[in-house]
Design a protein around this ligand. Structure first.
Ligand code: ADP
Ligand code: AMP
Length: 234
């Protein structure tokens, strides 16, 4: 049960390379503040699984570890953010990933989601983890087939091997968590997403957090950033 559901939170943007903990921390924010997680990776994987037109276009790009074209992303993100459950706020996990997406989001938030009298500036948090640790995290990532809970074989293993503590279901390994694809995803991050981080830093909107600490320690730090921002920012 979420514990802090009365006040407006606004957009929370989690930035960081693959494996930094965006999904893990998004779920903690969802539980605590009762706002939804918008994971563009999950939205795309759902489209691939359903065989939609978007999924068919995205499938091979994702398998190579490259970024899906911006124009395809605006459609799914726009539809999702217009949903009523986003009115108090939302956590963006995996978006924006290019400078064009960041610009699109700024316009979208200004024009569509919050009107001028009712506007919370985004809280932009960068999760910082070094590449050796990211590789350990990504190669050990396992996801429950039934509930989507994310484990790590090296760092956060289940009680019984290869099955979910909550429902006993089997795990799956993400296709793009193979080492040869991981290097291409890191490359996409450095070539395209690093500029987004720099943009928010230049705007003095970025809070960088050391995310190479236990999950609960990182969560506590993120909550303190959100709580401080909501006192001063909203
Ligand atoms: P992202 O969404 O940024 O790609 P995830 O949240 O899926 O990253 O985390 C990647 C892997 O690292 C998962 O297996 C997860 O259990 C593990 N993980 C996440 N945060 C931490 C942490 N603070 N310490 C150790 N392992 C972590
Ligand atoms: P993630 O689950 O965030 O690691 O994303 C998995 C894959 O989905 C990425 O490697 C990209 O191929 C694609 N993807 C997710 N979000 C975006 C985005 N904002 N822009 C472009 N491609 C994306």
């Amino acid at each position: 049960m979420a514990t802090d559901t009365a006040r407006k939170i606004g957009p929370v943007i989690l930035l960081g390379p693959p494996g930094a903990g965006k999904g893990t921390q998004s779920k903690k924010i969802v539980e605590h503040y009762g706002i939804p997680q918008i994971s563009t990776g999950d939205l795309l994987r759902d489209n691939v699984a359903l065989g939609t037109s978007l999924g068919l276009q995205a499938k091979s790009i994702m398998a190579r570890g490259e970024l899906v074209p911006d124009e395809l992303m605006y459609g799914i993100v726009g539809v999702r953010l217009r949903n009523l459950d986003c009115k108090r706020g939302f956590v963006l996990d995996g978006f924006p990933r290019t400078s064009a997406q960041a610009e699109w989001l700024e316009n979208f938030l200004r024009i569509e989601v919050f009107d001028k009298s009712d506007k919370c500036p985004p809280i932009v948090i960068q999760l910082v983890v070094d590449y050796n640790q990211l590789l350990v995290r990504l190669t050990g990532r396992r996801t429950c087939l039934a509930c989507g809970r994310v484990y790590n074989l090296h760092l956060n293993p289940p009680l019984v091997s290869e099955s979910c503590d909550d429902d006993g279901s089997k795990f799956y390994i993400r296709e793009d968590d193979r080492e040869e694809v991981i290097s291409s995803r890191f490359n996409a991050y450095e070539q395209q997403t690093r500029q987004v981080v720099n943009h928010y830093r230049d705007q003095h909107q970025l809070v960088a957090i050391n995310a190479d600490r236990p999950v609960e320690t990182v969560t506590a730090h993120i909550f303190s950033v959100i709580d401080r921002h909501c006192v001063h920012g909203c």
